[in-house]
Design a protein around this ligand. Structure first.
Ligand SMILES: [Zn+2]
Length: 247
């Protein structure tokens, strides 16, 4: 989706007139809106995504009702108080006209209609990269070392899976774009979560100390049982052959 990538990478510049400064203020919100367009449309309906994207042209002019039946009004709550305090573009002003000409560009709209709503697969991707974080591939671990690290990764993932989404100071969900390998150069959007917590590690250490205080012996026995469950190294199942014979 070259045009969208162009927009995301910042290659689209609002330049060449007085409108530039007004539009620059809106740029982060517009990019956020692009992520939201895909992420809020799990069916991937092209008409809905196009209508959502183009509603932004109205929104920045303080117009929140839209003519498209696919998306008739903005999804944000009514703007009151501080939330109304924005640099709205004057309808018909050079800035508004410029924005419309960029956002309604045929090639860009065509790409918007094909945005991937697959941000939900990000969860699985995140789990895989979390495993790599706890058990990096470049280091060899013993069976028990690997086992413990996989358990830690699962604990971390489960205790952080329901984190709240991060929001802007105006209460809007923040989105980010990722380029997962399985998309082969394509990209997906996903909501940014709040920072993870490590409370599970503290709980783990507390119960370990408790178990130890109760009975060091029992803990040692559990450890021995785990160790005995270790499977033999893979290489031990390989039948050795004499080099001369192999040659
Ligand atoms: Zn709006």
């Amino acid at each position: 989706m070259p045009a969208c990538n162009l927009l995301l990478s910042g290659a689209i510049h609002f330049s060449g007139c007085m409108a530039t400064q007004d539009l620059k203020l809106w740029r982060p919100a517009i990019i956020n809106h692009l992520y939201w367009t895909a992420a809020s449309t799990p069916t991937g309906d092209p008409d809905e995504m196009q209508a959502k994207w183009q509603s932004m042209i109205n929104h920045v002019q303080d117009i929140h009702e839209h003519s498209s039946p696919a998306f008739t009004s903005c999804a944000h709550p009514p703007l009151e108080g501080e939330a109304r305090n924005k640099e709205w573009l004057e309808p018909g002003s050079p800035a508004a006209t410029k924005l419309e000409s960029v956002a309604a560009r045929k090639a860009l709209v065509k790409d918007i209609r094909q945005l991937s709503p697959q941000h939900q697969t990000f969860s699985l991707e995140a789990y895989h990269s979390l495993i790599l974080h706890f058990a990096p591939k470049h280091t060899g671990f013993s069976f028990l070392g690997m086992y413990s690290r996989l358990l830690l990764a699962a604990l971390h993932f489960n205790s952080n899976g329901n984190r709240d989404v991060a929001r802007t100071s105006e209460g809007e969900v923040r989105y980010a774009v990722r380029y997962p390998r399985f998309r082969k150069g394509g990209w997906v959007v996903h909501p940014i979560k709040e920072k993870p917590s490590y409370g599970y590690a503290t709980n783990l250490m507390v119960s370990l100390v408790e178990e130890y205080c109760k009975s060091p012996q029992a803990l040692q026995e559990s450890s021995a049982v785990l160790s005995s469950a270790a499977s033999p190294p893979l290489t031990s199942s390989v039948q050795k052959v004499a080099k001369d014979e192999a040659l």
